[in-house]
Design a protein around this ligand. Sequence first.
Ligand SMILES: Nc1ncnc2c1ncn2[C@@H]1O[C@H](COP(=O)(O)OP(=O)(O)OP(=O)(O)O)[C@@H](O)[C@H]1O
Ligand SMILES: [Mg+2]
Length: 223
Amino acid sequence: MAMIKLTGINKIYRTNEIETLALENVNLDVAKGEFVSIMGPSGCGKSTLLNIMGLLDAPSSGKIEINSTSVESMKDKELAAFRNKTLGFVFQSFHLINSLNVLDNVELPLLYRKMAAKERTRLAKEVLERVGLSHRMRHMPTQLSGGQCQRVAIARAIVGNPEIILADEPTGNLDSKMGAEVMELLHKLNKEDGRTIVMVTHNEEQAKQTSRTIRFFDGRQVQ
Ligand SMILES: Nc1ncnc2c1ncn2[C@@H]1O[C@H](COP(=O)(O)OP(=O)(O)OP(=O)(O)O)[C@@H](O)[C@H]1O
Ligand SMILES: [Mg+2]
């Protein structure tokens, strides 16, 4: 079953004078339980593709189906709820909220759902345990190492139990040891929980460990 299905996706960025064709006729299927890596030179459209898959940005044309649901006709509110339920995001620069402690950061996605505070905290503590950070719950993001920050971000991505995790260069800001920890965690989430993962990386070694690598050049798939 295709968990993510993109058909004929084009993305053109238009500013006053300049048009950039960031994606050109991208057709892509990601099966349930796959761990797909996306590679290609800087500016080839990897982040654009991930943002479109993650429903954070709309394509200029083309069709998106996530978990057999067509998203085109969804209104903003419905789309936001669907995204919250189905997709978890991990970014290169963590995107944690520095004024909130670790536990509150992880609870954030659950705030958008109607859920009792006690249940939110229980679930957040559970995923923090999973990423090995229960002992840092009351720390602020600035008091953590980069690898720990990324593990908090992963906890936040999975707290709502999404089927899909999208990660844009999740180890890009980490040294190799911390990067390896984060990769190990992502593989665990894929193998043990069966979550579908799409990860952008510049690291050939990491790509080799995934089920499949899709390569891009100038907005087009090359393999
Ligand atoms: N908001 C925007 N407005 C105009 N052009 C943009 C915008 N965002 C991205 N682009 C352009 O679209 C192309 C693809 O950008 P994208 O960020 O997807 O590349 P990338 O493959 O993720 O690169 P990197 O490896 O450096 O992160 C680039 O040429 C970029 O300049
Ligand atoms: Mg990018």
